[in-house]
Design a protein around this ligand. Structure first.
Ligand code: SF4
Ligand code: SF4
Length: 162
């Protein structure tokens, strides 16, 4: 997109965060603290660099990460991701607040009869599952009783698309 406008990316940064993919694993509280501490330092460096218009090589992760995660893993699962919401279900705890549909970046959730219904265009960002205030969204048998992840630096209202 930048190239089409005759521009080039002047800087790019990568920040390691705790995982929100609670279906597979959780980040321990101890590890979260380590990550958030280093995040504050890194963001502060980024802000300083941006303010002074510094050029910075784009941080893209290691070559092995790019080959294994993006090149192989992501490409092999991406055709199935949109349909992964077949595994989502809502339990009795739902209060019909609509928040799940408001935070979905893919507009993949409609409210019907007061409960969410998924439309199979999912990006598997897990916002709906992690941000439901009643933890009423489950995925297969993998999420019941599991602690949800929310970025403590971001307000839910700032994640709402509609
Ligand atoms: S966010 Fe949770 S409680 Fe609110 S409508 Fe969605 S499933 Fe129900
Ligand atoms: S996982 Fe993300 S993209 Fe999929 S339905 Fe939930 S909020 Fe939408």
């Amino acid at each position: 997109m930048l190239r089409a406008r005759g521009l080039r990316l002047s800087a790019g940064y990568s920040v390691v965060m705790p995982t929100n993919m609670i279906l597979l694993h959780e980040t321990s509280e101890e590890k979260k603290k380590i990550l958030f501490d280093s995040l504050e330092k890194k963001v502060s460096e980024i802000v300083t660099a941006v303010k002074s218009h510094e050029y910075h090589a784009v941080e893209t992760g290691s070559l092995s990460d790019r080959i294994i995660r993006t090149g192989i893993l992501y490409r092999s699962v991406s055709p199935f991701v949109k349909k992964m919401d077949y595994f989502f279900k809502v339990d009795q705890g739902c209060i019909g607040c609509r928040l799940c549909s408001q935070v979905c970046p893919a507009h993949n959730i409609e409210m019907k009869n007061g409960v969410p219904v998924w439309k199979h265009q999912c990006e598997m960002c897990l916002s709906c599952l992690n941000l439901c205030p009643k933890e009423a969204i489950q995925c297969g048998g993998k999420t019941e009783g599991k602690r949800r992840y929310k970025n403590p630096y971001v307000e839910v209202k700032d994640l709402m698309y509609r």
